[in-house]
Design a protein around this ligand. Structure first.
Ligand code: FAD
Ligand code: UDP
Length: 428
């Protein structure tokens, strides 16, 4: 199934072996590959990395901890079709993600290590943690009277409310949860970024402390990579790793040619990489945010990590075999990183005495080979630039764009899996 690098000469003669080419072995590529293979199509998957799974790839680190190399991934969906499809390749660990905001304790602002934390999305429990039980309850009731119990209200919507008491709550949440985190993540304020982005984490007038309310939630029991291995393990699928599809292609205005072969690519190509790169950046780079991940492994007994300074023992949260109280802790007011995720809390891996965490630092993507474009920066100007590339893509009838990068969208895993299944239906 997994072959080493193919040579162009062989590729040239092998071209008739396949009914479809797919560039990328992440969710978009792997799900569409499997769905097409099951419809009898012979599929060639070209992946430029040395592994499958795209950004959902996970692996053991040198301490034996199962980590997500490209940032924490939690599966959640309301889409039964997607859940059923993926469930053919994995069992699930029942896991409901919970996140807390971690902020300096306003009662002890000068004491380093004295922190307050409460659920994110900001909810009725957060309100009581922030304002005290009685006042928090009163304010929660006020919001419920205005919007309804169990309702979700975006921070931008809440900030529009003219009632002075509600405006004060909105200001508090904006300052303590959104503005600093969003500045770190996007380099812009919540008003300046696409409103759908902060709407992902609304104020929730509920006591439900979960980050997602989707019907199906969980972590693949043996990890994402195992799930992708099973998905791609099909007699009709061949995967070439370390292979950039562009090395085999040359672009004409209305066609995609096989480089050196003097013939057009005779089969459809599903491309899941960045669209600007596919066209040699001819209209300039599409802007993205990238992330630097800082992984740290901590020994539980004495909390010392190799090469790390001895941590602040006043920190009230470090206990037992774990570094922190929740899988993800958002630093919504201070620190340079946005959040810390502790993998064992996500995966349920039992590994006493050692734990690995990751800190995420966001910055602009400039396109060096070591960087990964993670987040499309969605705004009218960038969408217009994307549209120019899309118009070029639309001229090439073999080409089908799929995925977070190729479509320049903020897709969750379930949404791109759903799109991949749809596209496979269309192409089959
Ligand atoms: P990718 O995973 O990026 O896969 C694209 C693949 O194409 C890559 O492997 C790449 O190497 C390959 N490729 C690119 N160009 C070429 C080329 N020219 N030739 C060959 N191969 C190529 N979603 C959730 O639902 N839950 C989460 O908790 C969650 N957490 C996230 C955390 C972070 C930090 C980030 C950045 C995203 C998160 N997501 C999450 C979103 C999730 O990562 C995406 O929905 C998913 O990875 C999209 O899959 P994809 O196949 O479109 O893209
Ligand atoms: N956000 C925030 N504070 C938080 C969590 C989220 O300001 O504590 C905002 C921020 O702008 C972020 C967006 O909401 O980019 C979406 O958050 P989500 O957790 O969905 O981001 P992702 O997991 O995709 O990085």
């Amino acid at each position: 199934m997994f072959r080493p690098l193919g040579r162009l000469e062989r590729m040239d003669s092998a071209v008739n072996k396949y009914d479809i080419w797919i560039a990328g072995a992440g969710y978009a590529g792997a799900v569409s590959a499997r769905a097409l293979a099951e419809k009898g199509k012979k599929v060639l998957v070209l992946e430029r990395r040395d592994h499958i799974g795209g950004n959902a790839y996970d692996c053991l680190d040198e301490h034996g901890v199962l980590i997500h190399k490209y940032g924490p991934h939690i599966f959640h969906t309301n889409d039964k079709k997607v859940f059923d499809f993926l469930s053919r390749f994995t069992q699930w660990r029942d896991y409901q993600h919970q996140v807390v905001a971690n902020i300096p304790d306003p009662a002890h602002p000068d004491r380093r290590g004295w922190r307050l934390q409460y659920p994110v999305p900001f909810n009725l429990t957060s309100m009581e943690e922030a304002f005290g039980k009685e006042e928090g309850k009163k304010l929660g009731d006020k919001l419920i009277a205005a919007y309804g119990a169990e309702k979700k209200v975006t921070i931008l919507e809440l900030r529009q409310n003219p009632d002075p008491e509600i405006a004060a709550i909105a200001d508090y949440v904006y300052e303590h949860v959104f503005v600093h985190y969003t500045m770190k993540q996007w380099g812009q304020t919540p008003e300046e970024i696409d409103p759908n982005t902060t709407a992902r984490v609304p104020v929730f007038l509920s006591r439900d402390d979960r980050y997602f309310q989707d019907k199906y939630q969980g972590m693949p029991l043996e990890g994402y990579t195992k799930m992708f291995q099973r998905m791609l393990d099909h007699p009709n699928i061949e995967v070439l790793l370390n292979t950039d599809v562009r090395q085999y292609l040359s672009l004409e205005e209305y066609d995609i040619f096989l480089r050196g072969a003097g013939m057009p690519l005779p089969v459809p190509l599903i491309y899941t990489g960045p669209l600007d790169e596919f066209f040699g950046l001819c209209y300039g780079r599409l802007p993205y945010r990238t992330l630097d991940f800082k992984f740290e492994t901590w020994q539980a007994r004495n909390y010392s990590a190799p090469g790390m300074p001895y941590p602040d023992m006043e920190h009230p949260l470090r206990c037992g075999d774990f570094f922190q109280t929740h899988a993800t802790v958002n630093y919504t007011m201070d620190e340079d990183y946005t959040r810390i995720t502790e993998f064992k809390r996500l995966t349920g891996q039992e590994l006493p005495g050692v734990t690995t965490i990751v800190k995420e630092y966001s910055r602009p993507y400039i396109g060096t080979p070591r960087e990964t474009p993670y987040y499309a920066i969605i705004n009218p100007e960038n969408n217009a630039l994307y549209a120019k590339y899309k118009a070029e893509a639309d001229k090439k009838q073999q080409l089908h764009l799929l995925g977070r990068l190729a479509e320049y969208k903020y897709y969750n895993m379930d949404a791109i899996a759903a799109r991949a299944l749809e596209l496979a239906e269309e192409l089959a």
